[in-house]
Design a binder for this molecule. Sequence first.
Ligand SMILES: [Zn+2]
Length: 259
Amino acid sequence: MRFPRSAMALAVLCTAGLVVAASGVLLPQEVHPAFARSISNAESASSSGNNQKALALLKGVVYPEGVTVKIDESSIPDGRRNEAYNATAASIKTWQAVLSGDSPLQFVGANEEADIVIQFTNSIPADSADCLGLIQLKKEYRWNNWQHELGVSGTIHVMKSFNGKPLKYEEWNEVICHELGHLLGLDDVTENGKLMGPLRFGKPVLAPATNEVDAVKTLRQAARQRIIQIEKSLRQENETPLSALLDSTEFQQLHGCSL
Ligand SMILES: [Zn+2]
């Protein structure tokens, strides 16, 4: 079955935090607006009967199939392979630990297929010149009346050096952990000392603060709860005798959306 493709490109870095209330679902202010929008759009879709679209959007928040991450080995600066691998592994392990095992992130080998590729770079492809990292994230949602699909892909750009000085291991660790925070749904904050705050040289923040962890947990729980509710209502719908269905047309138009 073919689905029309549509995509959301999300480049996130150094944007201000917002208090977010997505239609009926209150989310912590640490949540990135794009994720709040997904939940809000899922609510709209579900209330207008488009439950497959709602499920695709909600799964783009939870990533129930997991998100694989690998390093583009060719981008690692000479002699720093172990540091690149250790910084990535430490970041993924940190998120796994603070989320009590409920992290979708999976580190895979360089030769494997991966959703997210970490690239070490000399310049960040964004407006802001002083940023040390960037995640470019694309989510593709496809659905029809009976099923849905989610595609996740993207790149985490990590600066090799800043002002001519190579970034240290801890700085790579912080940048990668921060960008994974965006992948999990967090927005930037201006507060120092937070993982999602600005990186300060010599004062590495290598793990999310309690409020940042709680925000990810709350977001994942809210989205997961809606998935369970919608799937339950769909099961009940399927058990409804055919004669009781209001709409029995054979409408097979496929839909795509840009969010
Ligand atoms: Zn950021």
